[in-house]
Write a new protein. Structure first.
Length: 181
């Protein structure tokens, strides 16, 4: 089927064999209107890929520290094949038995990033360091949203003026801080 995807204040449609990519800290939601949709969600913590290679430093570390932004719906058969291999690995009882699933999954994830950066690297926005400090704010909200928090309490906790915090949060995420919370 197809889904409407909201990323901040932007709405896009995703259909069959399309891939929606959200990097850490990106507020998003998906919903259908008059049709059903079956979809797979693959989430992982970028820090699990941590190593001392130059490739990690250049391509994966910006994800870990939320210094990258890319909201896109893509339709790419090469990337879809990699994603399908990853899903197949996740569902493979045989691989789970011989404990190789994690290795195959890491290989598929690295292959995904290689192909992704090769094809879409020009569409990726590197966020400056001032913006990346909001990664801590978003991380805090994501971990504490079930608590009684507000724009005021979060802005005070991170030592921001509330009106500046609200304005900057909306600029960086595309959604108001109160709506995000």
């Amino acid at each position: 089927g197809s889904m409407k995807i909201r990323m901040g204040d932007t709405e896009r449609f995703a259909g069959k064999d399309e891939i929606v990519i959200f990097f850490p800290g990106t507020p998003h939601e998906g919903f259908t209107e008059n049709t059903a949709a079956i979809y797979d969600v693959i989430m992982f913590e970028p820090s699990t890929l941590k190593n001392s290679t130059a490739a990690y430093k250049q391509f994966i570390e910006p994800l870990e520290f939320n210094n990258i932004s890319f909201n896109e719906v893509i339709s790419d058969p090469d990337i879809l094949l990699i994603i399908n291999n990853l899903i197949e690995t996740l569902n493979s009882a045989e691989l789970k038995k011989n404990k190789l699933a994690a290795l195959y999954m890491l290989g598929n994830i690295y292959t995904f990033f290689g192909k992704f950066y090769d094809k879409y690297g020009n569409n990726i926005k590197i966020v400056n360091k001032a913006e990346s400090t909001f990664a801590n704010v978003i991380d805090y909200i994501n971990k504490n949203f079930t608590q009684n928090i507000s724009t005021q309490s979060v802005s005070e906790l991170f030592d921001y003026n509330e009106s500046y915090f609200s304005r900057r949060f909306k600029e960086l995420t595309g959604v108001s801080s109160s709506k995000y919370i």
